[in-house]
Design a binder for this molecule. Structure first.
Ligand code: SF4
Length: 447
């Protein structure tokens, strides 16, 4: 294990350790940042609605009209403070949130046939400025002598850690990887945010001080639940999801068949040579599949096919992401069921059959999609079994069950993020981490 105390500089080497050759760097930012003048012009379009639907649409409930108004009056520092007061990962959320289906999608201008306010870009303008100017708005509270253990250093864990430090509780994050940030660091499509930006945010969050991180920890193997409950007044579970789900078909042991989450992490953190791949197939229809097809095109694969078992309008991924994928030349293959991987040692094709409207195979429809790389984006396993011997903590379909405030059936154990919601957005993890921290604070303050 490596223990890092973020009140010192010991852990600030994460950024320095990023591979300078990592492949994610070929991607350009897909939404250009606003200049100061562009931000002010856009901010001045806002109606500052009193009953603003954009606030309700934001899982962290940022006071959007207020932060936009502050940009319009050139009070960018005040604007950033308003954002971070609700969402300490407001910088990454401004880049990775599906704003089209959240705040921007609910802006009143949509009803008037007028382009909605570009809330994400305005949020990015204010939060980028905060990082550039090194504005930090929050200090750790007076030491309470109490401590909380957090299992997992992704968005939910970081949001909880920061809020708990503001209350004055000591925090230890138990993280199995050697870097923090979770999917923000190794899973976000690089045209939205690169790993270096995610790690800069981690450093900024950790600069509140007093958060200890133990890396290389796998619970309950390296630390039992009893150990953690003995050490801390409360535990917050934020361990996310498990490995990619595999499709066990004939040929599964061939080289060139990878899970989407593994594939994305590999090219984000390392150099990846795809020069031998002329054709790739991604299996799935959710947002991870849509990220993967766009990433493969961006990495230079000439022919990328999205193979989905249902019809186009049945895909779970966001329509705006799929529309961008089509614009980037992704080929679609709908109503298909994979039946085997083909090849000798290395995969060279995916055998599929067509399916009817009820997703039943159509006889005589088998054919092969040529592919030197097959990426599986059919989901990730749930890690509910990790808590099977934690008294009182229940799981359902592999997810940890909690109350609205994040409390499990064990009074001192709370949970949030993907391990409870099954895999939602970064902003959901931030909201759940923050709210659980507030609930933990009230529980341990009363004890
Ligand atoms: Fe501004 Fe649109 Fe929100 Fe109204 S709904 S406050 S116009 S961003």
């Amino acid at each position: 294990d490596v223990a890092c105390d973020w009140s010192s500089d010991v852990c600030s080497s994460d950024l320095d350790e990023l591979d300078p050759e990592r492949s994610e760097q070929v991607f350009e930012d897909f939404k250009k940042a606003y200049t100061a003048n562009q931000a002010i012009v856009e901010a001045n379009r806002c109606l500052y609605c009193s009953d603003a639907p954009c606030i309700t649409a934001c899982p962290t409930g940022i006071d959007i009209p207020s932060f936009i108004r502050k940009i319009s009056t050139r009070n960018t520092e005040g604007s950033a403070r308003t954002i971070f007061a609700s969402n300490i990962l407001g910088m990454s959320c401004s880049r990775v949130c599906p704003v089209e289906t959240l705040c921007v999608g609910d802006c009143v201008f949509n009803e008037m046939g007028v382009p909605p306010i570009q809330i994400g870009k305005l949020q990015r303008y204010a939060t980028d400025m905060a990082f550039e100017k090194d504005w930090t708005f929050f200090e750790a509270g007076a030491d309470t002598g109490k401590s909380v253990g957090i299992v997992g250093g992704g968005p939910a864990g970081l949001a909880a850690a920061h809020r708990l430090r503001r209350f004055g509780h000591a925090v230890t994050i138990y993280e199995k990887r050697d870097i923090l940030g979770g999917l923000n660091t190794f899973g976000v499509a690089p045209y939205k945010m690169r790993a270096d930006a995610a790690l800069s945010e981690v450093e900024w969050v950790m600069s509140i001080g007093g958060i200890t991180v133990e890396h290389g920890v796998t619970i309950p193997e390296t630390h039992s639940w009893d150990d953690l409950l003995g050490k801390h007044e409360a535990i917050f579970l934020a361990f996310g999801l498990g490995p990619d789900t595999r499709l066990e078909l004939p040929g599964s042991n061939l080289d060139g068949i990878v899970g989407a989450v593994d594939f994305i992490e590999d090219f984000k953190l390392k150099a990846m040579d795809l020069s031998a791949v002329k054709q790739a197939v991604v299996i799935g229809g959710g947002n991870t599949a849509l990220d993967a097809v766009r990433e493969l095109r961006g990495l230079g694969v000439p022919e990328v096919t999205l193979a989905y078992r249902g019809a186009e309008d049945q895909m779970g991924g966001y329509a705006h992401e799929w529309s961008a994928g089509k614009d980037e030349g992704v080929i679609s293959a709908f109503n298909l069921q994979p039946v085997a991987y083909e090849g000798q040692g290395q995969v060279d094709g995916l055998r599929v059959v067509r399916t009817d409207a009820d997703k039943k195979p159509i006889p005589g429809s088998a054919h092969t999609l040529p592919a030197q790389l097959v990426v599986l984006a059919v989901g990730q396993s749930k890690l509910g079994e990790l808590v099977s011997d934690l008294d009182g903590v229940e799981t359902k379909w592999g997810r940890v069950v909690t109350t609205e405030s994040g409390q499990t059936g064990h009074p001192r154990v709370f949970a949030g993020g993907d391990c409870t919601n099954g895999g939602k957005e970064v902003v959901n993890g931030v909201a759940e981490g923050r709210d659980a921290a507030i609930a933990i604070h009230s529980m341990i303050s009363e004890a």
